[in-house]
Design a protein around this ligand. Structure first.
Ligand code: GTP
Length: 212
């Protein structure tokens, strides 16, 4: 069955190994916690259509391996991504310290305009927390990132993370800051949008004929 949607956005999920990227994607798509998550080899893929501000948006999501040995493979998937979830584990300072490198990769390899949301995962493990909410919020602010803490285990803020990122991209399209027709924007018009654009163009042409 063909799906109808207004836009398609390409998303990446990046961050160090073991931060919970695959579990976040699984929770978002299947609405349940992936019990037996193994390290991702290369990349995995998922997609879901969501409603954002009255528009239907298909999210095409690439979940990348965090392990260094897959870095050359995963980097080749960055190109033309419209949005990214940059994930660290709130119980691991090491994964937080690695954020700057991941961020540089995303902005140089995907696009300087990529919309990124910083995600502090494993919020359910409060007793083991090594990174405070405040310091991560400051990092987000300094680097122009949105920010949420999530739990792929309980599902807290998982859907909101994807929606927040998609909403931000949509706002930028509407304000003209992002152009879906630019090569490598990571955005495509879906059937519904194309039909609407065609109708608008036909009306514009009709008006042009009447005007002269
Ligand atoms: N308590 C808790 N554990 C989590 C959460 N998310 C993931 N985990 C656990 O963290 C481990 C790593 O999760 P993955 O989703 O495989 O991590 P990943 O970031 O995809 O790892 P790579 O594929 O190696 O990059 C697993 O043992 C998960 O069960 C969470 O929100 N809370």
């Amino acid at each position: 069955m063909s799906e109808s949607y207004d836009f398609l956005f390409k998303f990446l999920v990046i961050g160090s190994a073991g931060t919970g990227k695959s579990c976040i994607l699984h929770q978002f798509i299947e609405n349940k916690f992936k019990q037996d998550s193994n390290h991702t080899i290369g990349v995995e893929f998922g997609s879901k259509v969501v409603n954002v501000g009255g528009k239907s948006v298909k999210l095409q999501i690439w979940d990348t391996a965090g392990q260094e040995r897959f870095r050359s493979v995963t980097r080749s998937y960055y190109r033309g991504a419209a949005g990214a979830l940059l994930v660290y584990d709130i119980t691991s300072r090491e994964t937080y310290n690695a954020l700057t490198n991941w961020l540089t990769d995303a902005r140089t390899l995907a696009s300087p305009n990529i919309v990124i949301i910083l995600v502090g995962n494993k919020k359910d493990l409060e007793a083991e927390r090594e990174v405070t909410f405040l310091e991560a919020s400051r990092f987000a602010q300094e680097n122009e990132l949105m920010f949420l803490e999530t739990s792929a285990l309980t599902g807290e803020n998982i859907e909101e993370t994807f929606l927040k990122c998609a909403r931000n991209i949509l706002t930028k399209i509407e304000s003209g800051e992002l152009d879906p027709e630019r090569m490598g924007s990571g955005i495509q018009y879906g059937d519904s949008s194309l039909r609407r654009l065609q109708q608008r163009e036909q009306q514009r042409q009709k008006k042009g004929i009447c005007d002269c």
